[in-house]
Design a protein. Structure first.
Lengths: 305, 359
């Protein structure tokens, strides 16, 4: 009996809630069907770095976000823009209670959010999960446009994407003869080679580089694959981008040089190794990330010349 | 001396003597040992010939046949063999000997055929100590060795304490359970640190899997003094340990001090396991498989077992390392995965025997 009463009260509550929804609502197509979102959301929680990046691009600061992989805050390249933001989980695990406590009116989640997580989150607030195939050349743009629409700021997002295009064009003119490049993370028993389809590698490709993983990243492993020391010559290209998650970039480069197998690579001998932030290059996505990565490439190309 | 033992022979001595005679029926131990050394040499050669890279056995063989000339006409092969495979072989030999001997000693002193440094939490203790050291900012390889050895000593003392507990000491499987719990505890503490401190995580993640790849051969040098000490102690302790196998009273009667002997053996095990762990990371099951095979070939006398561990340890570690390079090219599997695959069936075989042999 009690449960029946509770059910009735909840039902009335939901009915009352939907009655108070403002008339100006947008309907978005997402991975889990149509979702109605407020035209001018003010309490936004992002559960994916790409969504946080896009929100900040449009000038909106979310209330909460998830930490970057392997860190306890938002990625360093965004920390100035976010200020003191609530951390509501890690990329692997969202703290649903922390999300609910922020009383969001919009949740922006990763395209890879699971259905069960979606069911929980969508009871807190309208949850937008872009219906985008990951690891394509333009995945990040499509995602950003969905988030932009949800925030009612599609124009700002498109503007930022145009800027990225202009930046890639500028670098493309600087970079001659489409040089080969690979992006790796280093560990003492060898390298971890990042697949050509990941975000930063697609930007390298757009800027005129030929991204070469030495055919090491197998099909069905779209992110990365380890490479043993004996096979390091497979990534001995014109340029080597060396991503480090935490250590200072140059320290990581010096540590890698301790390995004779790394040190003898032509690319190392020519000092064509560029240390980059792993938070930005291997874990981030979005318009601001794209601009920051392109800045890295641009600076490196000018320094090396 | 032999007549003294015979006159006071209890059934245990009779059993061990019978076992000795049985092993004498097969080819003499000296011949078997010689054959093992030849096998080890062959495996060492294979480890120079095979790798995860483009330098295949044919090319490697040609480079090896005239190694100095190879520096000129095939510098790739010269580099891969000289700078990658040879140091790896060297580290494999040292780690194999250290873990094999440590396993045999630990089994003798706990009188438990299942006592394995990896299973009993000695490796985990050493790994935990290194995690702590890196967390507190120590990155020098030399410091890592002594820290790993101290951690291993802590693990050993826990094992010994557990072994003396009523009930556990008499039941080999229960000692393994106690060790598994200790290992689990130490592993979760290590993971906890890695979870909270991502910088440490980067430093140590490659190390906790247990592998011979990418280890610097120069790391062996700081290890030399403690390994030399361990070797010397092992030579001195072999005879008292053999006497201890005949029972505490016999050992005391022969003028040995069981407590001192046990303590020293534990120190040796800590030096060996800590040293091996510092350089290769935790590699489990080697200390179980090697003494098991050594006893099967040499009989129960600890002195002979130790002799047989010398070739058998590196045989197991180096051949596991060869397999680790060949299964998933162009990358490699961690060595610890392969040794566990070899070791787990041996563990089950030992446990499944109708009567666990008490050492």
């Amino acid at each position: 009996m009690t449960s029946l009463r509770r059910f009735c009260m909840t039902a009335t509550g939901i009915a009352a809630l939907s009655a108070t929804l403002p008339a100006s609502a947008t309907t978005l197509e997402t991975a889990f069907g149509s979702v109605e979102v407020d035209d001018d959301p003010s309490r936004v929680v992002t559960l994916y770095t790409g969504a946080l990046d896009t929100a900040l691009t449009t000038g909106m600061t979310p209330l909460g976000a998830v930490a970057t992989r392997g860190g306890d805050g938002v990625p360093a390249y965004l920390s100035d823009a976010t200020g003191d933001i609530s951390i509501v989980g890690t990329p692997r695990e969202t703290n649903i209670e922390a999300v609910a406590a922020l009383k969001p009116d919009l949740i922006l989640a990763s395209p890879q959010l699971s259905e069960s997580q979606y069911q929980l989150l969508s009871r807190i607030a309208p949850t937008v999960v872009p219906d985008v195939t990951p690891y394509q050349m333009d995945s990040w743009e499509q995602e950003a446009q969905v988030y932009g629409k949800a925030l009612g700021q599609l124009d700002a997002v498109n503007e930022a994407i145009d800027e990225v295009d202009a930046q890639t064009q500028a670098i493309r003119e600087d970079v001659a003869d489409s040089p080969t490049a690979s992006l790796i993370r280093w560990m003492p028993q060898g390298a971890i080679v990042m697949a050509p389809q990941i975000f930063s590698n697609t930007l390298l490709a757009r800027s005129g580089f030929t991204v070469d993983d030495g055919d090491t990243v197998k099909e069905g492993r779209p992110h990365s694959d380890p490479l043993s020391l004996e096979n390091l010559s497979k990534i001995d290209n014109d340029w080597l981008f060396l991503a480090t998650l935490n250590a200072e970039g140059d320290e990581a480069y010096q540590a890698a040089k301790q390995s004779p197998a790394f040190d003898r690579l032509d690319v190392v001998q020519q000092d064509h190794v560029i240390s980059v932030s792993g938070q930005l290059w291997t874990s981030a996505s979005g318009p601001m990330a794209a601009q920051a990565i392109l800045d890295d490439i641009d600076t490196a190309m000018h320094e090396m010349k | 001396m032999a007549s003294f033992i015979n006159r006071h022979a209890d059934s245990r001595v009779m059993r061990s003597l019978k076992a000795c005679r049985w092993s004498g029926a097969s080819p003499s131990p000296v011949v078997t040992w010689g054959l093992l050394m030849i096998l080890l040499a062959a495996i060492a050669l294979l480890s120079l010939l095979f790798g995860a890279g483009d330098v295949g056995p044919g090319r490697a063989w040609q480079a090896l046949s005239d190694f100095d000339a190879a520096a000129m006409h095939d510098s790739e092969a010269h580099f891969v063999i000289g700078e990658l495979r040879l140091p790896r072989l060297g580290i494999g030999l040292v780690v194999g000997i250290a873990l094999g001997i440590a396993g045999a000693l630990l089994q003798a002193v706990t009188r438990n055929p299942l006592a394995e440094p990896g299973l009993l939490g000695v490796s985990a203790g050493s790994a935990f100590a290194v995690t702590l050291a890196i967390l507190w900012g120590a990155d020098a390889a030399t410091l890592r060795i002594s820290v790993a050895q101290l951690g291993a000593l802590g693990g050993c003392l826990c094992v010994l304490a557990a072994a003396r507990l009523q009930g556990i000491g008499n039941d080999p499987v229960r000692l393994i359970l106690a060790g598994a719990i200790l290992s689990g505890l130490l592993h979760s503490l290590s993971s906890l640190i890695l979870l909270f401190d991502q910088y440490t995580a980067d430093e140590i993640r490659f190390w906790v899997v247990g592998s011979l790849a990418g280890r610097d051969a120069t790391d062996l040098m700081p290890l030399a003094p403690s390994l030399a000490l361990a070797a010397l102690l092992t030579v001195i302790l072999a005879r008292p340990l053999a006497a201890l196998a005949l029972g505490e009273h016999v050992a005391i009667g022969l003028g040995h001090h069981p407590r001192v002997v046990r303590l020293l053996v534990i120190v040796v095990v800590a030096l060996l396991v800590g040293g091996a762990t510092a350089i290769a990371g935790p590699v489990t099951f080697v200390g179980l498989v090697v003494p098991f095979a050594a006893r099967a070939l040499a009989g129960p006398d600890i002195r002979r077992t130790l002799w047989f561990c010398l070739p058998l340890g590196p045989i197991v570690v180096v051949s596991a390392d060869i397999v680790s390079r060949l299964v998933v090219p162009p990358s490699e599997l961690p060595l610890g995965v392969i040794t566990a695959l070899i070791g787990a069936p041996v563990l089950i075989a030992v446990v499944r025997r109708r009567r666990l042999p008490m050492l």
